[in-house]
Design a protein around this ligand. Structure first.
Ligand code: RTP
Ligand code: MG
Length: 140
């Protein structure tokens, strides 16, 4: 099986409620390894760039405001099938659709304040990791 890297964000609703440890624990329990991690305040420009793929969607403005509304923790996760495994542990975008035991089922407040981000493809994982980390900041 392929060892992959994926990009994760613990979103402002979760850092505000002091859930960084609880969420990281769920990621680690799934077998993913945190190989880089940093707490940052995203600027509006960083959030705009990060969610550029959603620029035409009606929720883009709210999403950018939310992601730059408070501290986030950006992380690189490594493991077997890390991209799909992380999406599985996160649960569905809307917490009311998220499977029991997933991060969003347990912690998310709403479809907007849904506690975590995870890359959705190898291409996006690479681009997203590059936006926030240099190779020497990732220690596998
Ligand atoms: P993310 O990118 O944050 O990991 O979430 P995702 O893949 O599960 O969902 P995506 O479709 O990429 O949407 C990005 C974020 O935009 C918000 N959203 N709101 N109101 C809506 O219909 C709606 N749809 C998406 C969510 O906060 C989602 O995490
Ligand atoms: Mg997405």
């Amino acid at each position: 099986m392929a060892i992959e890297r994926t990009f994760s964000i613990i979103k402002p609703d979760a850092t505000r409620r002091n859930l960084t440890g609880a969420i990281t624990q769920k990621l680690e329990e799934s077998g993913l390894r945190v190989v880089a991690s940093r707490r940052i305040q995203m600027t509006e420009d960083q959030a705009k760039k990060f969610y550029e793929v959603h620029a035409e969607r009606p929720f883009y403005g709210d999403l950018v405001n939310f992601m730059s509304s408070g501290p986030v923790v950006v992380q690189v996760l490594e493991g077997e099938n890390a991209i799909s495994k992380n999406r599985e542990v996160m649960g569905a975008t809307n917490p009311s659709d998220a499977a029991e035991g997933t991060i969003r089922a347990e912690f998310a407040e709403s479809i907007d304040a849904n506690s975590v981000h995870g890359s959705d493809s190898p291409e996006n994982a690479e681009l997203e990791i590059k936006q926030f980390f240099t190779e020497d900041q990732i220690v596998g």
